[in-house]
Design a protein around this ligand. Structure first.
Ligand code: ATP
Ligand code: MG
Length: 417
């Protein structure tokens, strides 16, 4: 008979298991704890949206919308897209659910996101983000709170600052007036250096000239590095906003460095732009990125609403953290013989209901079972055979010390605690 070929994991997807899963879960639980300290509300939104939610808010000229989205018509003919990020969906929800009444609204979410990219280390087609946003706040205090939250998260993961190698790079994109003036100066500069630009950047020159600044193509670097900084174009208001953000970071003890080449391409990005970067992940060095997007909700057709937020890749963070200790097992229950097995079903249920982490062993010789219990890191083995059933007490072996004593079945929850 012909062998049936086993199905393959889809390229760019992951099965997260074992050590990797422990790191992954550690990132998520740390985020869950820290976001609560900052009083960010947990929210969950759909994995897919109408395609226009993303095309209108992220922008047609971005890599994400032009080449990375998973878009398909459903059976009813509606054009849908698997979310490539959270911000657009949260902005949509803010409008459709009437969340304006709660503004300023501090939101946190996490889950899978999808981008059709060339898979490599730290880059997948289904990956996971944690995300924090403040919608409806124009004050620099919101930017500061988000950045201090990000910093505390990275500190608690043990990867912030000099020791962990992740540092905050910060820039301002100014207000609309600043940005228009800077954009015009950049276009003039790059027009004068047309011959020095890569083909991609020549295309960007028309649609998205700011993006040339953070081009990774070596051909672009001389022209990008000699381009004018935004500083000469900052209006007093834009300068004051940036000063308020940096003063807030200094007051909170968050280290940052200015990176005048850090940009976000879309027209509605304003003021703060930032990335937390490391040199430990090669080309995938940005672990957390975000900024202020005061025009996004307007571009979705809603009332002009300021917003600021960030997203981080869970896999990239998980690659940087030390492996957390495996969860401890309080005891392994080892029944020997049919009668003991039957009894231990009830005993195990009782112990678990008492809040103890219990593994049930039901295969192999006594010696092998105890070796396995030891390998699992269990503190104790609860051995039950015909003799123990007759006595009404289990033989409890402490696996570290190797000592053994009888404990009445009724006393086990207390004894194992
Ligand atoms: P990159 O320059 O690495 O493509 P990006 O600018 O596309 O990143 P954002 O859209 O800002 O990334 O997403 C926020 C974070 O999500 C990134 O900083 C990164 O940690 C993570 N991330 C982005 N794309 C991927 C991916 N394909 N696989 C895994 N993580 C990713
Ligand atoms: Mg990308």
């Amino acid at each position: 008979m012909a062998r049936i070929e086993t199905p393959k994991r889809v390229r760019g997807t992951q099965d997260i298991f074992g050590d990797e899963q422990r790191r992954f879960a550690h990132v998520l639980s740390t985020f869950e704890r820290v976001r609560a300290l900052y009083c960010f509300q947990r929210v969950d939104i759909p994995i897919f949206e109408a395609t226009e939610v993303f095309s209108r808010s992220i922008g047609e000229t971005t890599d994400v919308v032009s080449k990375e989205m998973y878009t398909f018509p459903d059976r009813g003919g509606d054009l849908l897209t698997l979310r490539p990020e959270f911000t657009a969906g949260l902005a949509r929800a803010y409008l459709t659910e009437g969340w304006q009444q709660y503004a300023p609204l501090k939101l946190a979410t996490s889950g899978p996101v999808f981008r059709y990219e060339r898979p490599q280390k730290g880059r997948y087609r289904q990956f996971h983000q944690i995300d924090a946003e403040v919608i409806g706040a124009a004050e620099p205090a919101a930017d500061v709170e988000l950045l201090v939250l990000a910093d505390q998260l990275l500190r608690e993961l043990g990867i912030a600052g000099e020791n962990g190698g992740v540092t905050l790079q910060l820039n301002t994109l100014g207000d609309a007036e600043t940005r228009d003036a800077w954009r015009a100066a950049l276009v003039a500069h790059f027009e004068a250096h047309r011959d020095d630009l890569s083909e991609d950047s020549l295309k960007r020159l028309d649609k998205n000239p700011l993006r040339i600044l953070d081009s990774k193509d070596p051909k672009d670097r001389p022209a990008a590095d000699s381009a004018p900084d935004i500083d000469a174009f900052l209006t007093p208001d834009a300068r004051a906003f940036f000063d308020a953000v940096t003063a807030g970071l200094d007051a909170a003890g968050v280290a940052w460095t200015r990176n005048p080449r850090l940009v976000r391409g879309l027209d509605y990005y304003r003021h703060t732009a930032f990335e937390f970067v490391t040199d430990r992940l090669g080309a995938q060095g940005t672990v957390l990125a975000g900024g202020r997007y005061d025009g996004l909700i307007g571009s979705l057709g809603g009332p002009e609403t300021p917003g600021v937020g960030w997203a981080a890749g869970v896999e990239r963070l998980a690659m940087l953290v030390a492996e957390p200790a495996a969860t401890t097992i309080d005891a392994v229950v080892v029944p020997m013989g049919a009668a003991a097995e039957a009894h231990c079903v009830g005993l195990t249920a009782t112990l678990r209901r008492a809040g103890l982490a219990i593994e049930m062993s039901y295969r192999g010789k006594m010696k092998q079972r105890l070796a396995k219990a030891d390998a699992l890191g269990a503190r104790a083995a609860v051995i039950v055979g015909d003799d123990e059933l007759a006595k009404g007490a289990a033989a409890v072996k402490l696996l570290g010390a190797g000592t053994q004593s009888d404990v009445a079945f009724a006393d086990l929850p207390e004894a194992l605690r």
